[in-house]
Design a protein around this ligand. Structure first.
Ligand code: URA
Length: 239
């Protein structure tokens, strides 16, 4: 890494730590959710579409039409995911919250802003990664997801991962990590290790949820170490 790149990274991470640094920001344009995304009243045919072989257009129809679990009854809209569809990095959280449910986009609240800063510290823009959740619908009162809800949603996420084919999947928070890795191990034991999805090929790295980092800011340093670890996994894989 050049000195300039190292300095830029340091400054960006200082920003993520809430320490003001005056730097010129790059273009952080965010890919908006598709304007023509159909709503849940779309045909049942879309909901039962062959998700396993779906292309993006089919998937974008199937998700908003989904009624596979109870969450469709209380959602404002589904939250499909945003970002580059050929991204090297795929970031996966647990479920949309109130703001995400309103806007139809993942990680748009305070936690999302922190996630953006941490990505920027790595030299990544929000629109150069792909961000989504285990669940595409908000659980009422932001409760934890139920096993059957995660199971119903799994095929959408799996297809997104296949279509994107990222070099790394970063699970943020224990719920995302445990769902993705099908384990009940605590987050502390999952961090700083290279895991694989069930296909045995796609590397997964685990870190803290930005919501948790907002409440425990001293852990931001460890989260940064996790992101650097993820970058090393990509570098090793690309050699
Ligand atoms: N928390 C998540 O895990 N995902 C979101 O989209 C927002 C908050």
């Amino acid at each position: 890494m050049t000195d300039m790149a190292a300095e830029n990274r340091r400054r960006a991470y200082l920003r993520a730590l809430d320490i003001d640094v005056y730097v010129l920001r790059g273009n952080s344009e965010i890919e908006p959710p598709p304007a023509d995304a159909p709503d849940a009243t779309d045909s049942a045919a879309a909901a039962v579409a062959d998700v396993e072989s779906a292309d993006w257009a089919t998937l974008e129809q199937a998700v908003p039409a989904c009624t596979q679990c109870v969450l469709y009854k209380t959602r404002t809209q589904t939250v499909f995911g945003v970002g580059r569809r050929t991204a090297d990095w795929m970031i996966i959280g647990d479920a949309p919250g109130a703001e995400e449910d309103q806007r139809g986009e993942p990680f748009v609240g305070r936690a999302g802003k922190l996630l953006d800063e941490m990505l920027r510290a790595l030299g990544l823009q929000r629109n150069s990664v792909f961000i989504t959740n285990i669940l595409k619908c908000r659980p009422p009162e932001d409760r934890d997801s139920a096993a059957d809800e995660a199971e119903s949603c799994r095929r959408y996420l799996e297809r997104q991962i296949e279509l994107i084919s990222p070099k790394i999947v970063v699970a943020v928070g224990p719920i995302a990590a445990q769902n993705l890795l099908q384990t009940d191990a605590p987050l502390g034991r999952l961090r700083q290790q290279k895991h694989y999805l069930s296909d045995g090929q796609r590397p997964v790295v685990v870190t803290y949820h930005p919501d948790y980092l907002l409440r425990s800011p001293t852990l931001k340093r460890k989260a940064w170490e996790d992101l650097c670890f993820a970058q090393r996994v990509i570098n090793e894989t690309s050699q």
